[in-house]
Write a protein that binds this ligand. Sequence first.
Ligand code: FES
Length: 247
Amino acid sequence: MLDKRFVRLFIIVANTLLHYLYKGANKRPSDRAIPLQDRLRPARPLPSATPHRAVVTASRPVGFFGAMGRSSVTTMSSAGHSRRDFLYIATSAVGAVGAAAVAWPLIAQLNPDASTIAAGAPIEVDLAPIAEGQAIKVFWRGKPIYINHRTKKEIDEARNVNVETLPDPQADQARVKAGHDQWLVLIGICTHLGCIPIAHQGAYDGFFCPCHGSVYDTSGRIRSGPAPLNLALPPYEFVADSKIKIG
Ligand code: FES
C-alpha cells in the first residue's frame, strides 16, 4: 500500500506539471512561437565567402530582449524558452518522482514496525482481579514481569530479616511503593544466567530458579544459590488504587 506522504509528493509534482501546461496553453499570441521566416532575416547580404555563418536579428520585439527595446540580435524566442524550460522541469520532475518511488521503500523499511513500537510502549495492568496470595505474570518489552499480591504473612517474613546479612542488602520497603506494600512487582529474570524463576517456590516461598537452584524470598531478594543480585524491579507507578502502569 502506498504511503500517504508519497501520494502527497506525487500530487504536488502533478500540480506543478499541470500549472506549467496551463501557462503554456494560455500564452499570449506575442509569446507564441514566431514562424522562422518572420523571425529571421539576413542583417546584410551574406558574403559569398562565408556561406555557412548567418548573422540574424529579430524583426520585432521578442520576449525579454524585445522588451528591452528591439535589441539587435537574438536567436531564440520567449516561446522557445518556455517550451524548453517546461521540458527541463517536466523531465526533472518525472526523474524526481521516479527516484522517490525507488528510495521510499528503502527509507520506509528503516522505521520500526507497529509491533516493535507496541512492544516498547508502557502497559497498564488492572490489579483488581489478582487475589491475595496470587502471582501473575505479564510481559513488558519482551520481559516477564511478576505481580505478586502478597499476604500479610509474606510481607512480615520479608521485613523480619536482618538486611545486612543478605547477599544483596535491600530493605523490603525499598522494593515496593509506599502505601501499596502488598504489591510486589519485579522482573522475572534470574540474575544468575537469565532463567525465569517460579513463583511461590523455594525455601522462602518466594521464587525459585530451577536452572541452578537460586532461591529468592517474598521480596524477590536473593537468599541462596549462585545468583548474585536480587530480582530487578521494573519502572512502574500506580495510576489508580488498583491499576499500575509499567514502563
Ligand atoms: S539461571 Fe537462575 S540460578 Fe542460574
